[in-house]
Design a binder for this molecule. Structure first.
Ligand SMILES: Cc1cc2nc3c(=O)[nH]c(=O)nc-3n(C[C@H](O)[C@H](O)[C@H](O)COP(=O)(O)OP(=O)(O)OC[C@H]3O[C@@H](n4cnc5c(N)ncnc54)[C@H](O)[C@@H]3O)c2cc1C
Length: 479
């Protein structure tokens, strides 16, 4: 072992310092399995001080590193850097404090998103950002990707719910960003850090805002004979002045997959399903529900179902939440794309994606946060067929360009990571990118922290097709 690694080994006890090929294998890719890289080593800190020690070691030896939560990034954001250090934060998974009176929770970065709401539930509170990966993704990963979810239409993304963070900068210095209050003085450094994809440092303690749980929900499932109509219905609901808690769309492929996986009772012949959920105090929700019914009827839905109780509501959501992984049943491989269009252009965007899918001869399933205009086309391909991965990537790129051309963005919530860095130039000018680089260089002149991600022009990772290492090892499956 080289002397630098021996030094690192002395900092971390056995079991928390991994260098053997078998130990490194589970960390070689994240949820974007088309990219793979082998880290030099993995360390699993259990405290802020251990994160500082690992980062200082990297700075001293000029070794690039990446922080990793649960590795569910869909853009290769938590992909290791070839020959770099991977700092796995899953063991820093404690709830440090829950202050129901102040409506906040202080957690370690490896604390799981869903656990925040579970811990807050006895106080009538919850944590609003709800990525579909909420049972597994960590608050640290959510913060770095400014994650969103179904309910971000009404409540905003992670950035609207992080009050403060303790951060280890790339030189090992610790800084405190934000405060427990919503009011802050000076520049919004915390705002800069949230969504910076692990490029500016590692969060080791995060303070989250909790909200009172809504009293009532009114959940509607509307079926359409075209995807375009469902997209236009979203614009109509928003134009009506209503602000639902969530609005989600699934197309026929996503419906088929979700049905096969969890039997949510969706109408199988529908070309598109729209889920709209109102939430709040009972009298308000009742009044809004009547108005919503009028809007949905006018939007051309051929079948409308309203959840009559909590079980029916959960069933509707179970199908939606399972749809992503269920699509794995329809195809050996798929790329999940993440782009945004203005809501008023949703219908047009979906129609154009259908045309692109036909042109490329690849099936595209759509399941997405329609209320935010946040598209998630899933491009199905077979990596064993020569050239199909490449075609899938080209199609994914066309969709991103379409989003930008329609006035949207190349990412809604999955980050830029490794996958979309070459599309940054579609959205940002050289000056914009230069300004971002200068901020990064001020904090990390050696570009050690998550090197090779987000900015165009840096070394690409190795490519392969097939299963995630954990799938190969039989630890997880797509069933
Ligand atoms: C089935 C499925 C459904 C999904 N649905 C959604 C969805 O609805 N909405 C959504 O937003 N995302 C979704 N995602 C993507 C993913 O779950 C989120 O981006 C999530 O926030 C990643 O969390 P993680 O703990 O897995 O982070 P990782 O994948 O481990 O890391 C993600 C990024 O965060 C950085 N990072 C991790 N921890 C820290 C830290 N403490 N400090 C600084 N940087 C850090 C990493 O370096 C990396 O750049 C989904 C993924 C899957 C597989």
């Amino acid at each position: 072992m080289n002397p630098a690694l021996s030094e690192l080994e002395r900092l971390f006890p056995p079991g928390r310092f991994l260098v053997k090929p078998g130990e490194l294998a589970p960390y070689e890719s994240d949820a974007l399995t088309a990219f793979r890289a082998r880290p030099l080593a993995v360390v699993l800190p259990e405290s802020h001080e251990e994160v500082v020690a690992a980062v200082r070691w990297c700075a001293k030896h000029q070794i690039p590193y990446v922080a990793r939560g649960s590795g569910t990034s869909l853009s290769g954001g938590s992909l290791p850097i070839d020959g770099g250090l991977l700092i796995g934060l899953n063991r820093m998974n404690k709830l440090l404090r829950l202050d129901a009176k102040e409506r906040l929770a202080v957690v370690q970065p490896g604390f799981i998103n869903l656990q925040v709401s579970n811990a807050a539930a006895p106080y009538g509170l919850y944590y609003a950002p709800d990525p579909s990966s909420q049972p597994v993704s960590t608050i640290g990963g959510n913060l770095a990707f400014n994650s969103g979810g179904a309910h971000c239409l009404k409540y905003g993304m992670t950035s609207n719910h992080v009050l403060a963070a303790r951060v280890v900068l790339p030189d090992g210095e610790t800084i405190e960003l934000g405060s427990e209050s919503l009011e802050n003085t000076g520049p919004d450094w915390l705002g800069l850090f949230v969504g910076s994809e692990g490029l500016l440092g590692i969060a080791t303690e995060i303070t989250l805002r909790l909200l009172p749980k809504p009293e009532t929900y009114h959940t509607v499932l509307a079926a359409y004979d075209s995807l375009e109509k469902a997209g236009e219905a979203v614009a109509a609901v928003v134009a009506s002045g209503l602000l639902p808690g969530a609005m989600e769309i699934m197309d026929s492929l996503a419906i088929e997959a979700a049905e096969a996986a969890v039997k949510a009772g969706y109408p199988l012949e529908a070309r598109a399903l729209l889920i709209v959920e109102l939430e709040g105090e009972t009298p308000q929700v009742e009044a809004e529900a009547q108005y919503l019914e009028e809007v949905i009827q006018k939007s051309g839905a051929y079948e409308v179902r309203v959840a009559q109780n909590a079980d029916e509501r959960m069933k509707i959501w179970k199908g939606r939440k399972a749809a992503f992984s269920a699509v794995g049943r329809l195809s050996p491989d798929y790329i999940v794309q993440d782009g945004v269009v203005p809501r008023s252009r949703l219908g047009q965007a979906l129609a154009e994606i259908e045309q692109l899918s036909a042109r490329y001869g690849l099936r595209v399933a759509n399941v997405f946060h329609a209320g935010d205009g946040n598209l998630h086309p899933l491009i199905l391909y077979n990596g064993r067929v020569e050239g199909e991965l490449q075609r899938a990537e080209e199609l994914a790129g066309e969709i991103l360009k379409l989003c930008v051309a329609l006035g949207g963005s190349i990412t809604g919530e999955h980050g830029v990571g490794m996958e979309k860095k070459s599309y940054m130039t579609e959205m940002f000018s050289e000056d914009d990118l230069d300004a971002m680089q200068r901020i990064r260089q001020a904090l990390d002149p050696w570009a050690l922290s998550n090197r090779g991600k987000m900015f165009p022009g840096e070394a690409p990772a190795l490519r392969f097709h097939g299963a995630h290492p954990l799938e190969k090892a039989g630890v997880i499956s797509r069933e």
